[in-house]
Design a protein around this ligand. Sequence first.
Ligand SMILES: [Zn+2]
Length: 293
Amino acid sequence: MLKKSKKLMSAGKIESFQEIFICPLCKSQMQMVNLQSLVCGSQHCFDIAKQGYINLLSRASHAKYDKKIFEYRREISKGGLFNPLHAAVSEIITSQLPSNEPVSILDAGCGEGTHLNNIKKEINQKKNNPLLAVGIDISKEGISFAAAEYPNAIWCVADIANCPFNSQQFQFILNILSPANYSEFQRLITDDGLMIKIVPEQDYLIELREIFYKGSEKQVYSNSLTTSHFNEHFKLLDVESIRYQANLSEPLIEPLLGMTPLSWGTSKERIEKIRQMNLKQVTMDFKILIGKK
Ligand SMILES: [Zn+2]
């Protein structure tokens, strides 16, 4: 049997869900044409990339993301540092799933896709609902990385301020350690849908902040603004705190230092400093905000 190309497989998947898409330029309905492109009623055309994602930015983004950041994040995710967080989020979703009905999940700001992939995998192990997972991010580097590794979701380069989807398409919207656009999330979520936002808490990676930011204000996270912002758009149903120690093996030191845009820097000196401290564990500390329209 011939193995279908990644691009064709993704195009087929996008075609079977084409009714969720609208044109980011003129907002009209889109259709898959020749398993090549999504085209709207006004002939705006967006091609499927060979890695299997689709770029639906209305204009080119000038934001430059370092490819390396996504490689680092993937190494950290695969190293298991986020596993308890993924388990907690999939637990929240499975506890809310209607029996056997199809469900759609959007990860807004999905980066290189491992959060969404792991969460989907855990849900699939527990429930039989047909699950559509859609990840969007403004970074082409991140989405390209996601599509290359995880073919079981739809991956789009898109702006969270101008999401290329019809209203009320998603029962669950995830926004994990990433900026939000709540008015768009409100438009996209179903009436009984669940908005799940994850933010870092006070002790997140505190070991590193104590080393590198001692005495400076960068050392402290504060989430009071985030919570009130969430509250303006969604009714806050619940807040879960999740805090754990994650094992830090030596190969994870460099990716951990380099995985955030506000990185601590991955200079040899910094890596060496952590190595010499013999740091075996880091604290992971998050708050999960759960809300409805
Ligand atoms: Zn259009």
